[in-house]
Design a protein around this ligand. Structure first.
Ligand SMILES: Cc1cc2nc3c(=O)[nH]c(=O)nc-3n(C[C@H](O)[C@H](O)[C@H](O)COP(=O)(O)OP(=O)(O)OC[C@H]3O[C@@H](n4cnc5c(N)ncnc54)[C@H](O)[C@@H]3O)c2cc1C
Length: 376
């Protein structure tokens, strides 16, 4: 019994791949459309919470993750001068024995999930987009950029924060707006002393590192910038050095020479967020992941909640033979959890921008991390 027999997933990011794997397990004929012919995201690291690890475990990917990523527990918080402020516990997640936190390189996690997506029997179309989509009460008729066409019982839009499906089906939703903060990221060699995430809280700037493998860690720096401006990539290593200099903790100072290496692969992202009110479907087209709930990275959980949505969708389609009943159950399980992540991350961002109460910042972090451990 499933609510649909044949589904198209638009977007092969973490949300779309999780949906494809879980829907295949429900016996659904799944097709996945990804515009990137190489199917490979940017080379930065990604923080994986215990809840995200639990999601990966439910997709059968725990061992693959643990073989190539790095698991740990707790987060160490310091001042810019290296004074230890707190150890934030990463509480164990309910219903699993996975670690409280983890890190991995994005292309590594994407490869692990892409292999699982294909192994599950998903029909993958790379280097293509949809050009036209029309639905009647029964099916969605899709034309593809290679000129072919097909019909599906359900289209799952996992096409990211700039979703073309959202623009088509939810034109009333405004585009995400710049929030006033940007994030710098780089991949650096991991010193033996960094065995879990560390963060240094400065004034209007936060620096952090998180191990992503036996040999490497990734660096992130959140920086307030009142306006969204173009920063010449040729200047990025110098800008990052300038941001790190005031952090006099010797651990941070030791990072500086490495940011000038091409292997650091520095990346800068102006941050934006978006929360589309439920329902996230228009007829037989349902949006998940960043397309409807894009968060700033303050709880490092955007990819995690996107994967969870893909998993819950597969579970509810399997549980019901009526699509509307499956979608109602999906929204009941997903909206509030995604809202919590987007809005609490936004609050953390605002405290940082306005140099607000660091105790309040830690309280929101703690409560959010605890909430994320709850069953989905
Ligand atoms: C700076 C930064 C740091 C972050 N750090 C973390 C972190 O540490 N931990 C965490 O959990 N989350 C983090 N996130 C959030 C996380 O990156 C996103 O939530 C996650 O990648 C969203 O996945 P998605 O699959 O929904 O969308 P995306 O990753 O955007 O994937 C969308 C896919 O759809 C494809 N696509 C788009 N349009 C079409 C089309 N028309 N046809 C075919 N294909 C299409 C794209 O090529 C892409 O592959 C961070 C985000 C930012 C900005």
């Amino acid at each position: 019994m499933t609510a649909v027999n044949k589904a198209l997933v638009v977007g092969g990011g973490f949300s779309g791949m999780a949906a494809a794997i879980r829907m295949r397990r429900a016996g659904i004929d799944v097709h996945l459309l990804e515009q990137d012919a190489a199917w490979c995201p940017l080379g930065a690291g990604i923080t994986v919470s215990g809840a995200t690890l639990r999601a990966l475990e439910s997709l059968g990917l725990r061992a693959a993750f643990e073989a190539e990523g790095y698991t740990s527990s707790n987060v160490e918080i310091y001042t810019a001068q290296g004074h230890h402020l707190a150890t934030l516990p990463t509480p164990p997640v309910v219903g699993s024995t996975v670690a409280g936190g983890a890190g991995i390189l994005r292309p590594t996690l994407a490869r692990i999930m892409a292999e699982a997506t294909r192994a599950a029997g998903t029909q993958v179309r790379l280097g293509q987009r949809w050009t036209d989509m029309e639905q009647d009460g029964q099916q969605v008729h899709v034309r593809f950029s290679d000129g072919s066409q097909d019909r599906f019982d359900l289209v799952v839009g996992a096409d990211g924060v700039h979703s073309a499906l959202r623009a088509k089906y939810m034109p009333e939703v405004p585009a995400p707006e710049y929030i006033g903060q940007g994030v710098w990221r780089a991949v650096l060699p991991r010193p033996e002393s960094i065995q879990r995430p560390f963060m240094w809280l400065g004034s209007h700037i936060k620096v952090g590192v998180n191990p992503v493998s036996a040999t490497h860690m990734y660096l992130f720096i959140t920086e307030d910038r009142p306006t969204k401006e173009h920063i010449d990539p040729a200047t990025w290593p110098t800008v990052v050095e300038g941001l790190l200099r005031p952090f006099t903790d010797p651990v941070v100072q030791a990072l500086i020479p490495h940011v000038h290496s091409p292997e650091a692969a520095i990346d800068y992202r102006p941050l934006a967020n978006l929360l589309v009110p439920a329902p996230w479907n228009r007829g037989r087209v349902l949006l998940i992941g960043d397309a409807v709930a894009a968060t700033t990275p303050h709880l490092a959980s955007g990819a995690g909640i996107g994967m969870e949505s893909g998993i819950v969708l597969g579970e509810e389609l399997e549980r019901h033979d009526d699509l509307q009943a499956a979608l109602d159950a999906f929204h009941a399980r997903r909206f509030e959890r995604c809202r919590m992540v987007v809005k609490n991350s936004e609050q953390l961002c605002m405290i940082e921008i306005h140099d607000g109460d660091k105790g309040e910042h830690q309280r929101i972090m703690r409560e959010s991390m605890l909430a994320l451990t709850q069953p989905i």
